[in-house]
Ligand binder design. Structure first.
Ligand SMILES: [Mn+2]
Length: 420
């Protein structure tokens, strides 16, 4: 079984008998007139098939002793391909996804009707259809799965319609060895991109030039996609958490700290890394003090992680840790002031989405991958520091996947000194 077959097998196990699940890749969204946003396949569809082509549908049918998988794709059309380029050939789609029953999406409607029909139905009576009912998923012009649900109920009033999304969330949360390896590759590539950035950055450059450089480096080394829009923030700009590319217009100064929050993807898996480095190669006075608190916190949280805790637990641990350290170093006067300087969450799940499925009240289990990203932002000093690693939850703790990217003060300063 290939990786995607294994995932579908797990989903089959959580479906009841006499049910049918439909998972859509979705269609491109219109930006304006006949201009479309770049297409991104629905991540649940990608997770179950490895395919990223629009207008594709996965259908799973489960009956006693029976598990059938169908994939519906655009069919070969010579004229269309003259306009918009090649579509996946069915053999290639089979190779990627491991699905052997591949049909034209023109036959989907009649195949579905056969599956839901009461007469001559090879599966007996299907009573439940599972749809991915996420709001943002578009499966046709002006057609969401919510609207489609209504249409199905009109046609089959006795049908039960359930949401397949939560079932897929359960699977996506626990990463297989294959998935951990993809994340490690994404992180290794990101590390190379960071090294390139470090040898490139100089005072006088504009922030966006570094973001552009990181993107260009990824594109020219393996046509990598960004996990998300690159954040390059220097000086006071680093106190804005998601300093947007359109505002990355500050010119870098010699005594600045530079905060970067960035990542490349590998086979769809997202690295998400933040580091904060001194442009001139040495942390000074208050910069160093704040950096040391955030670094200590980053390491303490990674040490603290173990199965059974929630992200909410990690968050309260982080707040307590930062509070105490900042008070001891006289960075804050009153305990409650910490929430002025630390204003976000310490972790989120990571995977084929940068902010992957799973919420903060879920108990961590081995195989979860989360970020650990404490930060402190002193607006009045123009200092923002965030240190973010990607971490795998293990049986007895956690393994940091992004160790290769330097964060100890000495190591960072040595690294920056060694730049060409
Ligand atoms: Mn993050």
């Amino acid at each position: 079984m290939n990786e995607f077959e294994l995932r579908r097998e797990k989903l089959f196990n959580s479906l009841p008998d006499f049910s049918l699940a439909l998972v859509y890749s979705g269609v491109s969204k219109i930006c304006s007139e006949d201009e479309f946003y770049p297409f991104e396949a629905n991540r649940n569809f990608f997770y179950l098939t490895g395919i990223e082509q629009e207008n594709s549908i996965l259908m799973l049918v489960k009956a006693p002793g029976e598990k059938r998988t169908y994939l519906f794709l655009d069919e070969y059309n010579e004229l269309k391909e003259r306009w918009t380029g090649k579509k996946l050939r069915y053999d290639d789609a089979k190779e990627i996804s491991g699905v052997s029953n591949i049909y034209s999406n023109n036959t989907f409607k009649s195949m579905l009707e056969m599956g839901l029909g009461k007469e001559d139905n090879p599966y007996g009576h299907i009573d439940t259809v599972f749809l991915d009912l996420s709001d943002e998923l578009k499966i046709g012009n002006n057609l969401s799965t919510q609207i489609y649900k209504g249409q199905l109920l009109e046609q089959y009033p006795e049908l039960k319609i359930e949401n397949v999304y939560p079932l897929i969330v359960e699977l996506r949360l626990v990463k297989s060895p294959y998935e951990v390896a993809q994340l490690e590759e994404a992180i290794a590539a990101t590390s190379t991109g960071i090294n390139d950035l470090l040898s490139f950055m100089r005072p006088g450059f504009y922030e966006h030039e570094l973001a552009d450089r990181f993107e260009y480096y990824g594109k020219s080394h393996g046509r990598r996609k960004l996990s998300f829009e690159t954040i390059i923030a220097t000086g006071k700009d680093a106190t804005v958490l998601h300093h947007p590319i359109t505002q990355q217009v500050r010119q870098i100064e010699i005594n600045d700290l530079i905060l970067f929050d960035l990542g490349y993807k590998h086979n769809g898996y997202c690295a998400d890394i933040s580091r904060t480095y001194p442009i001139n190669g040495v942390f000074s006075g208050k910069q160093k003090e704040i950096y040391e608190v955030v670094l200590a916190c980053n390491k303490a949280v990674i040490n603290y992680i173990k199965p059974g805790l929630t992200i909410a637990d990690l968050q309260s641990y982080t707040i307590d840790f930062l509070k105490e350290q900042c008070r001891n170093r006289k960075l804050i006067e009153k305990d409650e002031d910490i929430l002025k300087y630390y204003i976000h969450s310490v972790s989120h799940f990571l995977g084929i989405d940068t902010h992957d499925v799973g919420n903060r009240s879920r108990k961590l289990v081995p195989g979860n991958v989360i970020t650990v990203e404490p930060g402190l932002y002193f607006v009045e000093d123009g200092i923002g520091v965030r240190i973010e690693d990607d971490v795998l939850v293990t049986e007895d703790g956690a393994r940091c996947l992004s160790k290769c990217i330097k964060k100890e003060v000495e190591d960072v300063e040595k690294l920056l000194r060694s730049r060409k």
